[in-house]
Design a protein around this ligand. Structure first.
Ligand SMILES: [Zn+2]
Length: 301
């Protein structure tokens, strides 16, 4: 690779970006799609730095430092703050992009664009159809299905994938030579294929303990047929929003691993059904449907 991205994996995607830069075939809009915590936003920021830095992505010049801190004037950054992206913000962005710039480009980084309102999405779409000269949009999304198809088709799509546990173990061993084997194995398993989360878990033992507990709880719940115990676990989840959210992720992962282990066909069918019920539960919880009802229903399956 030409640039020192310093990112775990995603070589194919990074090479595609380097090809675009090297061949002068840069798109005015990139859409980085894939699960959370695997490095899409980090790639977006580094791509911005590569484009703006006049010193071969040195990481040391004022431009590189400002972009890293999110303070570069011509690199507008909108990390996911869990608020909707509204039309006013998109209009401001477009106005800024129409002004001339001292930098190489006007760059707009938008994280999690499904949070755009319909009006905002339509305004953005107009800009993507007729992009101002020298503007590059770098956007991220969990999946493309939540977006206007026209926004997807106006962007150059890069798909990012989860890592295998074995791959994560290998990379974590390289990155953290001082951390013991057992911790590396646990972290790789618990990060559910997400490198960003894996690094976070190594650096934060309290979070690692949190996920270890969830993993143990999940295995136990799947094993027991005791509905009373399952329902009392629901009470625990209702008290704690973070645990609730992470629990569904861990449950999905455990079920998927069981599917891959390839038990008999009947139990496989049941497991697949449970994965889809778990995903439905996640969607319902996001829509603020009564959490107790959703989780108790899930426990009954
Ligand atoms: Zn630089």
């Amino acid at each position: 690779m030409i640039y020192n991205w310093n990112i775990i994996g995603h070589n194919k995607q990074l090479e595609m970006l380097e090809d675009d830069i090297g061949s002068g075939n840069l798109s005015h809009a990139y859409l980085l799609s894939g699960p959370g915590h695997i490095g899409k936003y980090t790639v977006a920021k580094k791509l911005a730095s590569i484009l703006q830095c006049n010193n071969n992505f040195c990481g040391k010049c004022p431009t590189c430092i400002q972009i890293r801190k999110g303070q570069h004037l011509d690199t507008m950054e909108f990390p996911n703050d869990r608020e909707a992206l509204k039309i006013g913000q998109i209009r401001n962005i477009i106005a800024r992009c129409n002004m001339s710039t001292q930098s190489n480009y006007n760059i707009v980084i938008l994280q999690s664009i499904p949070r755009m309102t319909t009006e905002a999405a339509n305004a953005l779409l107009k800009t993507l159809e007729e992009p101002p000269e020298g503007t590059v949009f770098i956007m991220t999304t969990g999946s493309v299905s939540e977006l206007l198809p026209t926004i997807v088709s106006r962007s150059r799509l890069l798909k990012f994938h989860l890592f295998s546990t074995d791959y994560l173990v290998k990379k974590l061993e390289e990155l953290f030579p001082d951390v013991d084997d057992k911790t590396i194995q646990q972290v790789a398993r618990l990060s559910l294929g997400r490198a960003g989360r894996a690094i976070d878990l190594v650096n934060h033992p309290d979070k690692l303990a949190h996920f270890l507990k969830l993993y143990k709880d999940t295995l136990y719940l799947l094993d027991t047929n005791n509905v009373v115990e399952r329902f009392s676990y629901v009470e625990e989840l209702i008290e704690n929003e973070r645990m609730r959210k992470d629990f569904l992720g861990v449950l999905t992962h455990v079920l998927r691993s069981k599917i891959l282990e390839g038990k008999d066909l009947a139990s496989r069918g049941k497991l697949i059904e449970m994965v889809s019920k778990t995903q439905d539960a996640g969607i319902l919880l996001k829509q603020n449907v009564n959490a107790r009802l959703v989780l108790e229903n899930l426990m009954l399956t």
